[in-house]
Design a protein around this ligand. Sequence first.
Ligand code: FNR
Length: 181
Amino acid sequence: PMPTVAVLVGSLRAQSLNRRYAHALARLAEGTLEMRFCEIGDLPLYNEDLWADPPVPVLRMKQEVQAADAVMLITPEYNRGTTPAMVNALDWGSRPMGESCWPDKPAAISGISPGAPGTLGAQKELRERATVLGMQVMGLPQVYMQASEGLMQDDRIIEASAIDFLGGWLTKFAGFVEKHR
Ligand code: FNR
């Protein structure tokens, strides 16, 4: 069976470039990876006290991640780092101690921004966090996307060179996931 991937998008806005990019990746991966979107916008801000009566969205997210063979983290760049929504999801998933959903999950990281560095700063931070959480992060190739005219139409990549490159990245990730299964 196709490997399943829990996809987390670090932007909460409806017209998010990163959400559209993630959906475009899911289309490109059809037949190779089964990408399942894991919503993080309804997680409360992390508060240790809430474990007394765990919020349903937290339990749902952890269950979805646990059930998946791998994770894909798609992050915008906020002030050269990843977003609070992404960090919040990672933190919830990492607790309670000893019950983290992240260890050993093969992980792919990418992101898109209108700026030239294309989420370099965000991914650098996120890669570090994912590694500390025990994920098996695919090191290469790294994909820093700059949103340009002609790259995407709705939630489809339309630029031929980007389709090739991203298709190759997804195929490589599928192989990486199989190796870690
Ligand atoms: C940004 N943006 C941004 N872009 C970038 O390339 N480097 C950066 O450091 C920042 N910093 C930053 C901080 C904050 C608080 C916001 C709201 C935005 C711009 C950002 O890339 C742009 O808004 C993207 O469109 C956000 O991603 P989504 O929501 O479209 O997925």
